[in-house]
Design a protein around this ligand. Structure first.
Ligand SMILES: Nc1ncnc2c1ncn2[C@@H]1O[C@H](COP(=O)(O)OP(=O)(O)OP(=O)(O)O)[C@@H](O)[C@H]1O
Ligand SMILES: Cc1ncsc1CCO
Ligand SMILES: [Mg+2]
Length: 275
């Protein structure tokens, strides 16, 4: 019978996964948007992973098979980059998709649906993105507002379960409470502070961190995803103690991620099973 997954169990699991990232320094290839490259690479490095922002199609056959995980983010999608994204997703490594602003255009929706067919281990988006992807809606969606969410994460809970079932991926929807599901189980991660939404590409950075956690332990993508989201949120909470606004929160969050210790993680991570 399964061990009971209490909040204390999740705290220990999160510390074990962060420790694995620090020890193994998983190599994470990131084909991510131009806005997020810096914060994603810095978040990965602070957590102990090894980021590589390579997106040239000709390098993928040599490089991608040697990676522990791949992170693909369509935030600044272009026709030039899409073949690289498809090739990297097909290289046989566990990979994670961030469908930024998926409803922005038919081209972007089609690209995300093609990528989804290449079996990501995890899809992480905000509520509006997960709702749009689950219903494969297009740019005529009335509530669409670009890269930011106009929905609460709870509104996308059923959509995330449906998307997980149809795609076979673990689906995470971020927000005040993050929900993570494999289509059957749902867990919530309640760390984080609202000001994280005022730093551009924090969502992109946490998806990169999810890829690092999956790369460190590919055996349980649901646990890796929940723990990465909770740890990133916890770093935000600690960073908030010294921050004066979004710019200094960005700096203090990265410092906090770098400095997390066992006691802080095991007592600070707020993950629970949603019944
Ligand atoms: N109201 C909130 N309270 C606490 N944490 C939050 C809140 N909103 C977002 N977060 C946290 O901020 C991080 C980014 O989530 P968000 O949903 O803003 O991503 P996003 O919209 O994809 O961001 P971006 O597109 O700018 O990268 C996550 O770790 C999430 O848990
Ligand atoms: C602002 C922005 N535009 C495209 S990607 C991105 C980063 C946040 O998703
Ligand atoms: Mg996003």
């Amino acid at each position: 019978m399964d061990e009971e997954r209490t909040e204390a169990w999740w705290g220990r699991r999160a510390w074990a996964l962060l420790s694995a990232v620090r020890e193994r320094a998983p190599l994470v290839q990131c084909i991510t948007n131009l806005v997020s490259m810096d914060i994603a690479a810095n978040a990965l490095t602070a957590a102990g992973a090894s980021p590589a922002m390579l997106h040239c199609l000709r390098e993928i056959p040599d490089f991608t098979p040697r990676c522990d995980a791949v992170y693909i983010n369509v935030g600044t999608l272009s026709e030039d980059w899409l073949p690289s994204m498809r090739a990297a997703a097909s290289a046989g490594r566990p990979w994670v998709l961030d469908p930024v602003a998926v409803a922005a255009s038919g081209f972007r929706m089609e690209a995300c649906l093609q990528l989804l067919a290449l079996r990501p281990a995890v899809v992480r988006g905000n509520a509006s993105e997960i709702l749009a992807l689950a219903s494969s809606s297009d740019s005529s969606s009335s509530s669409f507002k670009g890269v930011d969410s106009s929905h609460d994460s709870g509104e996308a809970l059923q959509a995330s379960k449906a998307l997980a079932r149809s795609s076979g991926a673990v689906v995470a929807v971020s927000g005040a409470v993050d929900f993570i599901t494999d289509g059957e189980q749902v867990v919530s991660a309640s760390n984080g502070v609202a000001l994280m939404q005022k730093i551009t590409a924090t969502g992109c950075a946490v998806t990169a961190l999810i890829a690092a956690f999956v790369g460190a332990d590919p055996s349980d993508a649901l646990a890796a995803t929940a723990c990465a989201l909770a740890i990133f949120g916890l770093a935000g909470q600690i960073g908030m103690e010294s921050a004066k606004g979004p710019a200094s929160l960005r700096m203090h969050l990265i410092d906090a991620l770098y400095g997390l210790d066992e006691q802080t993680v095991t007592s600070g991570v707020k993950i629970a099973l949603v019944l």
